[in-house]
Design a protein around this ligand. Structure first.
Ligand SMILES: NC(=O)c1ccc[n+]([C@@H]2O[C@H](COP(=O)([O-])OP(=O)(O)OC[C@H]3O[C@@H](n4cnc5c(N)ncnc54)[C@H](O)[C@@H]3O)[C@@H](O)[C@H]2O)c1
Length: 425
């Protein structure tokens, strides 16, 4: 028969793997807020607890106080009910995981002031529920988890490693650092018992798995687009038809490749780690190969479209719509649009681009400044290539005026067009 502690560990493991665990992050400061947002993005239901009611009010209104969290993203998670800021510790009672990220300043005598940790931990211990994982992320001296937290839980009858799992994971974030954000920094996890370490590692692994899932499914949609082209079938129509099944299917759409500082990168971290453990992550490698080949495929589509009009790419004027890696943001990190532009330029095309969020970009060492999307720009282009489907673009107008359109985002899906004028993925 299974031991009770193995049952508790197994139940929590299931909820962490399935992203159904309820997570509370105590302290919504420079560390706690980005962490709560990351976990909500990974699919968990997250409550952000803070004693500062003004901060909670601002967060509920969608106003983040740190540059590490974008207001658009915060608003989307609030709308979806995946992240809820609150000053009420009562939500701890039904939390599967509690992460403590409160301040650890120095006192007047330069001794550690762990009163915030002690106060937060007391609130958590007072509402302790068997089977909870509690992680301390505040920067503190060695021994705090065992000396302070453990005794608070033991006083409530909890047995560590059996019905409560305690771990310490130092947060190493550098707020405002655009090169290294929370997700770019390796997590170090230490549990009071091996089961505590396993559960804490699982929580952070869940985030990587979610990105692998998206990466692989986007690659499948991209490869499917290549297959549909060979068969003369409209990819979008097939995906929309498949999505009418009310269960067992989640639609992903093809695009010019993957970008941002998450999906193209995180899976490679996992692949690297498992390679050190003697295993090759084949799905991850294949998805990466397919996704990274998409910009070249887009260039091929532009060439083919021009070719049909007896024009060649060399010397043609190409207007790119969107260079950001996704709709509604100005972030061009890892953006596949930059690779498409670089390859078009290398083949002699004259490149211009419009993007309301990105005033200038560097392509192959050359600085390009954005142009406004006017009728004149559209008609002067030999081909318009849609790389980011920003909502600000008037796609009907684009299809009406541009002589040729290559649409990698299916933004023109509902725009009537003469045969041969618009090529879609
Ligand atoms: N900011 C950094 O650059 C950074 C980097 C790595 C580690 N750390 C460490 O992370 C911890 C948190 O730092 P921070 O920068 O997020 O601090 P912060 O001051 O930005 O935020 C802490 C938040 O905790 C709240 N708080 C205080 N007591 C509380 C309680 N009992 N219950 C609930 N909420 C409470 C505060 O109102 C505040 O919003 C510290 O130990 C710090 O040393 C900080």
């Amino acid at each position: 028969m299974s031991q009770p502690h193995a049952v508790a560990e197994g139940a929590l493991s299931e909820r962490l793997r399935g992203h159904t665990a309820r997570v509370s992050v105590v302290g919504q400061g420079y560390v706690g807020l980005p962490l709560a947002v990351e976990l909500a993005r990974a699919g968990f239901t997250v409550r952000g607890i803070d004693t500062n009611v003004d901060r909670i009010e601002a967060l509920n209104a969608g106003r983040p106080h740190t540059p590490d969290v974008e207001s658009q993203e915060l608003a989307a998670l609030l709308r979806a009910g995946r992240y809820r800021p609150t000053a009420d510790f009562a939500v701890l009672a039904d939390s599967d995981v509690v992460i403590i990220c409160v301040p650890t300043p120095l006192g007047k005598s330069k001794d550690p002031d762990i009163s915030f940790v002690a106060a937060a931990a007391a609130e958590v211990a007072a509402r302790f529920r068997p089977g909870q994982l509690v992680i301390l992320e505040s920067t503190t001296y060695p021994g705090t988890t065992e000396e302070l937290l453990l005794s608070l839980f033991e006083a409530r009858g909890a047995v560590v490693g059996e019905n409560v799992f305690l771990a310490f994971s130092p947060e190493r974030i550098d707020p405002g650092n655009r090169a290294f954000k929370l997700r770019d920094i390796t997590k170090v996890v230490g549990g009071v018992t091996p089961a505590c370490t396993r559960l804490a590692a699982l929580l952070y692994l869940a985030k990587l798995y979610e990105n692998v899932f998206r990466n692989v499914n986007i690659a499948l949609a991209n490869e499917f687009a290549l297959m549909c082209r060979r068969l003369g079938v409209n990819t979008r129509e097939v995906i929309e038809a498949a999505a009418t099944k009310p269960f067992g299917f989640l639609p992903f759409y093809p695009g010019p490749g993957i970008g941002g500082h998450c999906i193209p990168i995180d899976p490679s971290y996992l692949a690297w780690k498992v390679r050190l453990n003697g295993y090759e992550a084949r799905f991850i490698h294949l998805a990466d190969e397919i996704n990274r080949a998409m910009p070249a495929y887009v260039v091929e589509l532009v060439e083919e479209s021009l070719n049909r009009q007896r024009r060649c790419l060399n010397g043609s004027r190409i207007l790119a719509l969107g260079v950001a890696y996704k709709r509604g943001v100005g972030d061009t990190r890892e953006s596949p649009a930059l690779e498409v532009l670089a390859q078009l330029q290398q083949r002699g095309a004259e490149i211009r681009y419009a993007d309301p969020y990105v005033p200038s970009v560097v392509v192959d060492g050359n600085v390009l400044n954005a142009v406004g999307l006017s009728d004149q720009e559209l008609s002067a282009a030999d081909c318009v290539v849609i790389l980011t489907d920003h909502l600000e673009f008037d796609y009907r107008r684009v299809v009406e005026i541009a002589p040729l359109v290559v649409d990698t985002r299916n933004a023109t899906w509902e725009c009537p067009a003469a045969p041969g004028r618009v090529t879609r993925l």
